[in-house]
Design a binder for this molecule. Sequence first.
Ligand SMILES: N[C@@H](CCC(=O)N[C@@H](CS)C(=O)NCC(=O)O)C(=O)O
Length: 223
Amino acid sequence: MITVHHLNNSRSQRVLWLLEELGLPYQLQRYERDAKTMLAPPELLKVHPLGKSPVISDAGVTVAESGAIIEYLVERHGGGRLVPPPGTPERLRYRYWLHYAEGSAMPPLLLKLVFDRVASGPMPFFVRPIARAIAEKAKSSFIQPNIDRHLDFMEAELGQQPWFAGAEFSAADIQLSFPLEAAAARAGLDASRPRLMDFLQRIHDRPAYRRAIEQGGPYALLT
Ligand SMILES: N[C@@H](CCC(=O)N[C@@H](CS)C(=O)NCC(=O)O)C(=O)O
């Protein structure tokens, strides 16, 4: 039985969605973020030294890192589903997007989250204007332009085919859901990029996506 170490409101939602798409049985080990810091609880450190989610265990192995988990599940249990055939241009695109989601799209979104918190976090009143000014400068000169460039890139890519790897929905679309949902929640993705908004609508309409939300619990990135 596959065990998903699931942190509420997190990237591990994608793993639940993949498992639902593949119709595989799994069990959930739930972990709750600290309400103040939003960090994972220390119990996750017993599962993997980084103490982050997602992590899965299956058949005596433990796999961390959502892209690696997706590759593992699709290869071992997918029976050829949700991955383009080897040797095709679609397979190369699939690999690219699978890595791109965490390797390229997430870093500027994470920076935005950190600098948003810097500006609003607790600090002596006389420091606040300086902290705010530094955070605003970092966001306006570097972070938001980077996010916008990524969003424009992905918007253009979806002008060529309906899904990121090609004509068919694949696990790469699942992996890309998190940066796109994060961008819609807090980094300016809106109706001015209609293909990305349509992508989000199409994935949210999938029955397996909805079942995964029922399993995983409230997912505030959607708001
Ligand atoms: N690149 C990793 C990122 C893992 C990660 O940062 N997970 C977040 C959840 S979205 C987490 O565990 N955060 C809690 C913490 O850092 O304490 C992956 O895709 O698996």
